[in-house]
Design a protein around this ligand. Structure first.
Ligand SMILES: *Cc1c(COP(=O)(O)O)cnc(C)c1O
Length: 363
């Protein structure tokens, strides 16, 4: 068997007619940037998240960048981020001139540990960015409690967590940044992202910042960016949004089948926080001999990934901060993680085969 890591073609086939029609409609109207398709998606995605505002942008990275700027994060400030994430989570802090301060994660969920974050807060700390890694919400109650106590802003990196819930509350609980990179749970057919928030002031500021600080036409209030969402992406995302809940349910079902089949194998399967709707953007296991297991799986036609093998504080870009050795949980788990194939269209036979090969590999 040959099992891909994700199968975007399999999903496209199930919605081809609708998506093709939506794209052709954009072409017929030449509504290429923002416009009614983006507005319709913004309205529907805000509703989906049970939030007041959704502002469509051209990437998840742009969303994180603007969420920081809209909260006045600037040079001289510090922002707490987990070291165990995709590079963009910290990169955007540097883009504002502020300093990313790396915190460690829980060994169970791989998400930021609020107690560890607390130790890293200084007089300069202005914000904290919990990441809902792999689709599981970070434990938000202690983070929000800490943020209120220290009077700092919470910005959620929800790039992997569309349709996720924390204690029956939709993600984002505060202000959240989404990526619609094609491989994400809700993926565009190109680059796209969005900010979802209940904060009217933040929403207004982000609308200005995404389009050259302009409102109305010809009046530029602040220097901004060109971070606008494309019409084609808004149209595609609005079609796909209707199916997201059922795709999430399939991902969760696939994850539970993996869990069951791997129950007695020498691997750590994903831990689920109580009352969390983990949306399994990724299904990540931990093994002792990662290299050997990955090679065995790849040789047997199974595509795998690592999210992420080099933590952000150990990337060349942040080496000068000398943080190596100071985030023990992160530094341990990154050597053991393997992401197995995970997408809604995965079949039971495929999951069976992958689990069987994992068991053979770790024996
Ligand atoms: C994908 C991702 C991003 C960046 O999103 P883009 O749309 O690729 O810019 C940021 N943070 C996390 C955790 C991600 O997975």
């Amino acid at each position: 068997m040959n099992i891909p890591f994700v199968d975007l073609k399999a999903q496209y086939k199930t919605i081809k007619e609708e998506v093709d029609k939506a794209i052709h409609n954009v072409l017929d109207n030449t509504a290429f940037i923002l416009g009614e398709n983006v507005e319709r998606f913004e309205k529907n995605f805000a509703q989906f998240c049970k939030a007041k505002h959704c502002i469509g942008l051209n990437s998840g990275t742009a969303a994180l960048h603007l969420a920081l700027l809209a909260n006045n994060i600037k040079a001289g400030d510090e922002v707490i981020v987990p070291a165990n994430s995709f590079f963009a989570t910290a990169e955007v802090v540097s883009l504002t001139g502020a300093k990313p301060v790396f915190a460690d994660v829980h060994e169970t969920t791989y998400n930021i540990n609020a107690e560890d974050a607390r130790k890293r807060i200084t007089g300069k700390t202005k914000a904290i960015i919990p990441v809902h890694l792999y689709g599981q919400p970070a434990d938000m109650d202690p983070i929000i409690e800490l943020a209120e106590e220290k009077d700092i802003v919470v910005i959620e990196d929800a790039a992997q967590a569309h349709d996720s819930e924390y204690k029956k509350k939709r993600i984002p609980v505060t202000t959240g940044c989404f990526s619609f990179y094609p491989g994400k749970n809700l993926g565009a057919y190109g680059e796209a992202g969005a900010i979802v928030t209940n904060d009217d002031k933040v929403a207004e500021k982000i609308k200005l910042l995404r389009a050259h600080g302009e409102s109305p036409k010809h009046h530029h209030h602040i220097p901004g960016y060109n971070y606008r969402m494309e019409g084609i992406q808004g149209a595609v995302l609005d079609v796909k949004l209707k199916y997201l809940k059922s795709w999430t349910d399939k991902r969760r079902k696939n994850a539970y089948l993996y869990n069951e089949l791997l129950e007695n194998a020498d691997v750590v399967t994903p831990f689920e926080l109580k009352d969390a709707r983990h949306v399994y953007h990724l299904y990540v296991i931990r093994v002792k001999n990662r290299e050997k297991v990955m090679n065995f799986l790849n040789k047997n036609g199974i595509a795998t990934g690592m999210h992420y093998p080099i933590p952000i504080h150990m990337q060349p870009a942040y080496k000068a901060m000398n943080m190596k050795g100071k985030l023990p949980v992160t530094e341990k788990v990154v050597n053991e993680i393997i992401s197995l194939p995970m997408f809604p269209e995965l079949t039971e036979d495929q999951i069976d085969y992958v689990a069987q090969k994992v068991k053979e590999a770790v024996k």
